[in-house]
Ligand binder design. Sequence first.
Ligand SMILES: Cc1cc2nc3c(=O)[nH]c(=O)nc-3n(C[C@H](O)[C@H](O)[C@H](O)COP(=O)(O)O)c2cc1C
Ligand code: SF4
Ligand code: SF4
Length: 276
Amino acid sequence: MQIRRIHALYFSPTQTTRTLVTRIAGTIANIGQGLPLDIRDFTLPLDRQEAPQIAGGELAIVGLPVYAGRLPNLLLPYLKSWKSDGALAVPVVMYGNRSYGNALTELRDILENAGFHSIAAAAFVGRHSFSDKLATGRPNQTDLHVAEQFAEKIVRRIACADGKNFALIEIPGQTAPDYGGYYRPLGVGGEPVNFLKAKPVTTQVCTACGQCLTVCPMGAIDAGNPAVVSGICIKCNACIRHCPAEAKQFTDEAYLSHVHFLENTYSLSKAAIELF
Ligand SMILES: Cc1cc2nc3c(=O)[nH]c(=O)nc-3n(C[C@H](O)[C@H](O)[C@H](O)COP(=O)(O)O)c2cc1C
Ligand code: SF4
Ligand code: SF4
């Protein structure tokens, strides 16, 4: 079969998912010589007000980061509002050197339930939102090369597809309804920790430039006073990474203990990309 248009859609507070998804979609568009490519970043609240329109005969590369071994749970209502009448999809998740848990299966199922047919799927590795010491510098050039080879494989699969019969892409692990639950974070001594209510604090070096406001995917930072995080924080770290004054940081003990646990356990390992 042939496709008429490619869509790159992603949620990416610290940009690793965006890098990967745009590389995959861009490579497919290049192979298709002028195939139109629509890029839709749904990281910010204003960009999640309407579900995307993706028709049959089109291809959507859909990427999200893994949070606690699953998809970011506050994104689920938006993702579940998507509908398609038979477009092809490629679910992609990015994980930070620990595990992608069952997030890829969850994304595949959401897309299938919305009327897409998944033609391939992948879990890639990106620098962990919490720490420079986990998957440092990834996705790197080697990862991007694998992304290009994956794009070529997608093109070959589409060329061989009859447009009517699609086998479900098999991904190992646990399935619906709870996909094995959410990963329960551990502290540096291996004890369970809970930092659900943690929020970044703002130090005195804040210049009130407002940059952090423009990147928060939850709209959690006060417009009148960007030193205050009054809304729900998902710990995505976008505000910390984008602050030019390095004024935002997490000081919550449970959160920092978990970061140390992750660094002690996973900083020396090199997590694998998995393609399906
Ligand atoms: C709240 C939260 C939970 C996370 N949970 C996991 C996890 O379970 N496993 C893992 O390997 N990485 C985990 N990560 C790391 C991200 O999946 C990873 O850094 C990803 O590349 C971030 O994507 P982005 O750059 O598009 O924001 C988590 C990150 C955050 C913010
Ligand atoms: S980006 Fe940093 S300096 Fe600018 S308002 Fe936010 S916390 Fe303050
Ligand atoms: S306040 Fe929380 S949700 Fe908003 S950008 Fe910062 S870490 Fe992310």
